[in-house]
Design a protein around this ligand. Structure first.
Ligand code: NAD
Length: 353
């Protein structure tokens, strides 16, 4: 399917494709659905093999945000941005984010950006100079700061629900968890797991990040290739999208897949493959909404309060439980149930308006 066909098939409202003239760097902003409110979703910065791959990622990620925001009970729609550049870019970074901020502004409020893989709270402050449509800002400037700890907390508590269903226990003691990605979420997650008595392994594309995380959390290092075949109770994808493929699923040696990475399934059929292998898959957009909840709270008229964020993030495991129970009740895959419940809320809002 071509990217333009995918755009129509997924039902996106609009996509903006921009080039920063100074650097030639391309930015893609995809807005999937704004029925519940403006499309809020992070800005991801990474190189892609082709621009089609970048567009494919932006389309999938923004659709995922529609369902994530809906299920999290937020009055926000789905959007996402992709900056096709290396995350380590330093020279001209400020100008790039000013330029990207103007792209966000040109979407007229249909899209609100935030931090994501490869971008930082400092980048959000730069964007803020040219548009108000940005969240996940520096606490010293009135923002709520890094969303990663909240994403990790919602993920960790959701893992308990999975453990209970699959192993009949809510205890992490002695459970082996393989975390793909020793980045922000991966490390905050590891801290919770370690405290709860889990045994950890990490894999990361960056050697230093991997070594540091392994040292800090007394974890084993696993190579990028070995990560799928490493025996464990929980495999937690906390790096890149589309990693659950026929090949990787065939190699998995786990009982549960629960991670923060967005759009982990490369196609919807991959969820069937996971079920056929006897693996419980916790839909990514159900359990990784802690960060977007923080970003949404930052934009509330009264501003952000930790108590309210904690209370909303605390509801994530309940939502997962509801999805798993409903999916078992109607004999549907959890991912499909989650999308259906998210769409039902959107349809209700459409009928009400
Ligand atoms: P991050 O950029 O801090 O960390 C990602 C890590 O993955 C990096 O250390 C990177 O080197 C590593 N990585 C990249 N390719 C890899 C590969 N092939 N194998 C192993 N490791 C690889 O990002 P993050 O904020 O920790 O987010 C992790 C994932 O969770 C992303 O997919 C992000 O979109 C998603 N997510 C994050 C949040 C949040 O609050 N940060 C919220 C929801 C979803």
């Amino acid at each position: 399917m071509s990217a333009i066909e995918e755009f129509a098939e997924r039902g996106h409202e609009r996509v903006g494709i921009f080039t920063d003239r100074a650097t030639g760097i391309v930015a893609i902003i995809a807005v999937h659905d704004t029925t519940l409110g403006p499309g809020l979703g992070g800005c991801r910065m990474r190189p892609y093999p082709t621009l089609d791959d970048a567009l494919h990622d932006a389309l999938g990620l923004s659709e995922g945000m529609t369902y994530k925001n809906s299920l999290a009970g937020l009055n926000l729609g789905g959007g996402k941005a992709v900056l096709v550049a290396d995350r380590t870019l330093t020279v001209g970074r400020e100008d790039l984010f000013l330029s990207f901020g103007r792209c966000v502004e040109s979407m007229g409020g249909a899209y609100i950006t935030a931090e994501d893989m490869g971008t930082t709270v400092a980048d959000m402050e730069v964007i803020r100079r040219v548009t108000a449509h940005v969240s996940g800002r520096d606490p010293q400037c009135g923002g709520a700061g890094d969303p990663s700890p909240w994403t990790a907390l919602g993920l960790f508590e959701s893992m308990r629900v999975c453990l209970e269903r699959v192993l009949g226990t809510t205890s992490f003691e002695g459970k082996r968890v393989v975390i793909q990605g020793a980045g922000a979420v991966g490390r905050y997650l590891a801290a919770h797991l370690k405290r709860a008595g889990a045994v950890l392994s990490f894999s990361d594309a960056r050697e230093k990040a991997l070594a540091d995380a392994c040292r800090e959390f007394e974890a084993d290092a696993v190579s990028i290739d070995e990560v799928y075949a490493t025996p464990c109770d929980i495999f937690s994808p906390c790096a890149i999208s589309n990693i659950l493929t026929p090949d990787s699923i065939a190699r998995l040696q786990c009982r549960i897949v629960a991670g923060a990475a967005n759009t982990q399934l490369s196609t919807a059929e991959d969820e069937v493959r996971l079920v056929n292998r006897g693996i419980l898959y916790a839909p990514d957009f159900v359990i990784n909404s802690g960060g977007v909840i923080l970003c949404a709270e930052e934009r509330e008229p009264g501003g952000y309060t930790e108590t309210r964020v904690r209370e909303r993030v605390g509801r994530i495991p309940e939502t997962l439980r509801r999805v798993l129970e409903e999916s078992a009740r109607v004999g549907e895959l959890p991912g499909r149930t989650a999308v259906r419940l998210a769409k039902e809320r959107i349809a209700q809002a459409r009928r009400g308006s």
